[in-house]
Design a protein around this ligand. Structure first.
Ligand code: PMP
Length: 351
């Protein structure tokens, strides 16, 4: 019999990374535009010098530092090779073949991919008419077979965010046998005081895991490191299914140095959020439909015009992230001139 790989992989959706075009302004991957501080780069360089040695298997130093940084117990923290890896670890820890993973759609494009990879069954609940999570419909969609609900707050690619009262009501409604993974990859860009800090929201709840990342606000997208905070039972399970030594030496060192430089890094989020409001208003004035965003990007509803918009922006040397037939997600830079270049492209497209 010839060798065959899993048949279902034939229709596994591809994760499409934001494009990188030399000389263009890259607003396609929700990265920050500025390099990591010198102290972080120096820590990474120092760690790189020992590259002949494996990193710490259990991420000891970065785990201890993360727990201290967040003010949580170490047995609640998991370090992973990006928050997406940790989300996948939670799915692996919770699901066996065919079990249900529920999430809003559209949301982070990795969700259907990691669900299928672990053999789970995706249950997608459409967003509301104003591109927000339909939390009531999601709670209604939970069944005895549901094992995990993935909730991005703010949501990617819409940028929309849920507020404390609605999210608390949702957490109260979801039965205890279901793990809720609260994905806060963009937490540091939230300015609405009514959008909750997931760590506070999760306190005292045995079925909530919060995942966050050093990729965005902390400027380490290239290092691949994120963390979760969850009850110890879940944490032990998530750590168990992680690939040994997945978080490399420079990622571990970079994350520690980034937490040491947190004040400077978090201050860099402020120009991004100021620019976000400027970009959002300008786009609305041009006639685009753009939901309010609490993240470091905006979502332009373009429908069938998406491909043309994408091409137009590329012609203007601005790379955005197009979702064919739906819209374009555009990262808001902390550098006003980068946003100006995008706004000029959008303006000329709008005609
Ligand atoms: N969650 C959401 C909602 C995201 O948008 C992203 C990045 N695109 C991630 C998680 C993954 O981030 P990382 O794996 O780099 O930590």
């Amino acid at each position: 019999m010839p060798l065959s790989v899993r048949a279902d992989l034939a229709d596994l959706p591809a994760y499409i990374p934001g494009r990188k075009i030399p000389g263009a302004i890259v607003l396609s991957s929700n990265e920050v535009s500025t390099r990591a501080p010198e102290s972080v780069l120096a820590a990474i360089a120092a760690a790189a010098a020992d590259m002949n040695r494996y990193p710490q298997m259990a991420n000891d130093d970065v785990l201890v530092r993360t727990a201290e940084y967040l003010g949580v117990a170490e047995d609640r923290v998991t370090i992973g090779a990006g928050s997406v890896a940790i989300a996948q670890q939670f799915l692996q820890a919770m699901c066996t073949e065919g079990q249900e993973v529920l999430y809003a759609w559209r949301s982070f494009e990795a969700y259907p991919i990691i669900t299928q990879i672990i053999g789970g069954r995706s249950i997608k609940v459409p967003l509301t008419a104003d591109y927000r999570h339909d939390l009531d419909a999601m709670a209604d969609a939970v069944t005895d077979d549901t094992r995990v609900v993935l909730v991005a707050n703010p949501n990617n690619p819409t940028g929309t965010a849920m507020r404390t009262a609605e999210l608390e009501r949702f957490l109260d409604r979801v039965p205890d046998h279901v793990l809720i993974v609260l994905d806060e990859a963009y937490r540091e860009f939230v300015t609405d005081p009514e959008v909750p800090d997931g760590l506070r929201l999760a306190e005292g709840r045995e079925n909530v895991a919060v995942v966050r990342t050093f990729s965005k606000a902390y400027g380490l997208a290239g290092a691949r490191v994120g963390y979760s905070v969850a009850p110890p039972v879940l944490t032990t399970a998530a750590r168990k299914v992680g690939i040994p030594f997945a978080v490399n030496r420079v990622a571990q060192a970079g994350a520690i140095a980034a937490m040491d430089a947190a004040e400077e890094l978090l201050a860099r989020c402020r120009p991004v959020t100021v620019e976000r409001e400027r970009v959002h208003s300008a786009l609305l004035e041009m006639g685009f439909e753009v939901p309010p965003s609490q993240a470091n990007f905006v979502w332009l509803l373009l429908g069938e015009r998406t491909a043309a918009f994408n091409e137009h922006c590329l012609d203007q040397k601005v790379v955005v992230r197009a979702f064919a037939g739906e819209g374009a997600r555009v990262t808001v830079s902390g550098l006003p001139e980068e946003n100006d270049a995008f706004l000029a492209a959008a303006r000329s497209f709008a005609g």
